[in-house]
Design a binder for this molecule. Structure first.
Ligand code: XIL
Length: 341
């Protein structure tokens, strides 16, 4: 995808780093995200000891060898996070009292600093040869419904610390990745710090997301970027994807499409695959026209056989034989379409 005016990424695991898949991935994409193996649970053994999953090493070394960027996913989330983060040693839950809040702040800071130190020790300081260029610092912190006035998800992070956990996560990440472990050759802040969210193309979610990012920026929280997952389907208007990006364009942030996939629905028919091709073409044209605000565009998976949504119908650009689908031709056509001047 040489035509892309922004880095193009795919979410993968170790299986895509070797053999034909490893070659094809580096041919089509310029960035990777760990689909699962940089989430909080991937860094600890069952006893809660810091013990990074070997998949992390495989992904980092593959990226470094192939000259691909790594988009980190994710430092703080309510899913795929060890339960001990939120409990005392005897298993009782942390409360929102001052002492317990400090325990959780310390755990959050220790986690982020341990991750940064491990990655810097193994693959170089940030901005100085390390392939890591960004993190989703927090993920899915907005509530799904509209039940709470502040619009925030009642996660364990939120239950103990309130919205402060977001400010702290960005502050600690900035400290660890852009200061303590940033290389001397690094200019500026080498690791871009993103907030990430799903359904940002829908009205309520988008309003609450925009309001939260405004509050963070007003408080001086070091947010560099706003991520849009874009797990969509053929009935989500492409105009709403473009509108989601435009909604944040006036803010002093970059944006990223972080997890795009577009299942056809079942059964997967030739006409559905053709329609999917047109969808990707229109979406990638919209992305191309907004390349100046886009840090990267990532697909959530490399080929249909490895997609978390394959049961809903062949969501990605390549089929499981790594053959190009109309979706790939569509994405390329969208990228090549002349942008309006
Ligand atoms: C998904 C993975 O694709 C699955 O393999 C895993 O079982 C669950 O998580 N939003 C996110 C991603 O931010 O981390 C999720 O990834 C998909 C939804």
């Amino acid at each position: 995808m040489d035509a892309a005016p922004f880095p193009l990424g795919a979410a993968i695991d170790q299986r895509e780093t070797t053999g034909a898949a490893g070659q094809a991935l580096a041919h089509h994409f310029t960035q990777l995200t760990a689909e699962n193996h940089m989430k909080p649970e991937a860094w600890y053994d069952d006893d809660g000891t810091f013990a990074p999953d070997p998949q992390i090493d495989a992904l980092m070394s593959y990226a470094q060898a192939k000259g691909l960027r790594v988009y980190g996913h994710v430092l703080v989330w309510h899913n795929q996070t060890p339960a001990w983060f939120f409990t005392h040693e005897d298993g009782t839950p942390l409360t929102d009292g001052a002492a317990d809040q400090q325990i959780l702040r310390d755990r959050l800071r220790n986690h982020i600093h341990a991750v940064a130190e491990y990655l810097a020790d193994g693959w170089g300081e940030f901005g100085n040869g390390n392939p890591l260029v960004a993190w989703d610092v927090v993920n899915e912190v907005i509530d799904k419904g509209t039940g709470f006035a502040d619009g925030m998800r009642r996660s364990e992070w939120y239950r103990v610390l309130g919205e402060e956990f977001i400010d702290l996560a960005f502050t600690y990440a900035d400290e660890a990745f852009n200061d303590r472990h940033a290389g001397p050759a690094a200019t500026g802040r080498p690791v871009a710090l993103f907030i990430n969210e799903f359904d940002t193309e829908t009205a309520d979610k988008q309003d609450r997301y925009h309001a939260l990012v405004s509050r963070l920026l007003e408080r001086g929280v070091p947010v560099d970027g706003v991520g849009h997952q874009m797990h969509v389907s053929l009935d989500v208007p492409v105009e709403s994807l473009a509108a989601a990006l435009d909604r944040f364009a006036a803010m002093p942030v970059q944006q990223a499409v972080t997890e795009m996939d577009v299942p056809t629905g079942m059964p997967v028919t030739p006409s559905a695959l053709a329609e999917q091709g047109h969808y990707y073409e229109a979406a990638f044209r919209a992305f191309r026209e907004r390349a100046d605000v886009l840090f990267s565009v990532s697909l959530w998976g490399f080929h249909d056989g490895r997609s978390w949504r394959d049961a809903y119908g062949a969501p990605l650009l390549l089929d499981e034989q790594l053959e190009a689908k109309p979706a790939l031709a569509g994405a390329l056509a969208g990228l090549r379409a002349a942008s309006p001047s």
